[in-house]
Design a protein around this ligand. Sequence first.
Ligand code: IMP
Ligand code: MG
Length: 369
Amino acid sequence: MLKLHDLYFKPFISEQEIDTAVQNMVNAVAKDLEDEMPVFVGILNGSFMFVSDFVKKYPKPCEVTFIKLASYEGVKSTEDIQRLIGLTQDLTGRTVVILEDIIDSGKTLEEVHRIFKNENVKDLIIATLFYKPEAYDKDFKLHYVGIEIPNKFIVGYGLDYDGLGRDLPDVYQLKTTQHMTNIVLFGPPGAGKGTQADFLKEKYDLVHISTGDVFRYNIKNETALGMLAKSYMDKGELVPDQVTIDMLNKEVEKNADAKGFIFDGFPRTNAQAKALDDLMDSKDSQINAMVALEVDDEVLVERLLKRGETSGRADDADESIIRNRIKEYYNKTAILKDYYSAQDKYFGVDGVGSIEEITVRLNSVIDKL
Ligand code: IMP
Ligand code: MG
């Protein structure tokens, strides 16, 4: 994932694929031009990288020059009028090959045809690395097209978003969904996970997805997935991950406008973590962090015993049961800590202190995501 200014981009076309496309274009042009010496004309700024790679691969002698689009001065109009400038060479009788990084609406290409109309060139050949057929509404022939792409904004390999991204060797595509903050929240029993989840939900406008709640909801309402899950549970079998993922998918889709999600109680295994990554990926999104509240065992035991005194919860009254639950938590989460650490997404947060202090620590982690 890539962030330029306020927008997020995802990997789209690799350096390798671009290299292959450029090579194919070079081969086709060189073959068609035979022994004609072309003048390659790049349209700045976007085409600098393409032109450079193209002419390095070009197997025969050639000339290279550039022209540039500039805002037309002296015209006061809301419509931004752009004119191509910089054509100083006499191109009479020459074979001109325009090298464009991208053809979108075709406005630039129209401008190219306008300025070459009176140049008496022998041939005006158009070659573009990227082409958006859905956006193109002109009739000019495109002689060579590298890669056809959908009508979505891209950056990299010479193309920019407001000045940034030209230097990238790969091409990235604008993400259609806005940036979400998706957190997998962990905490041992007694760490105050529920309390903190409520604060996070409020502050960041996130949707809290507790897998336990989702299960109970689906079973209680006898949804198709709930019935399916129940059929496994009735046989004493584990509910397959895919059923759980399908339920989570429904929750995510129900909240399509959410700023993000807090996943609670899922994933529990490597396979589930991978499945959750795939789910988020299919939504053009991702898990940004595993946030785990870290509290010393002795503090937890003390907290839970104290809670047991007032809540009457049996499992909070017995120290050995409490210690077992804590141990089990660490056994289960160790795998996930490794999984998310490998992606640089594990954030341990000190869970000892007042509720407010812990909230502040959590916020400082999430604000940086
Ligand atoms: P046109 O609409 O074909 O005239 O394209 C105009 C110009 O807009 C191109 O030369 C690029 O500089 C820019 N452009 C069009 N589509 C994209 C894109 O997806 N990413 C970055 N720049 C683009
Ligand atoms: Mg351009």
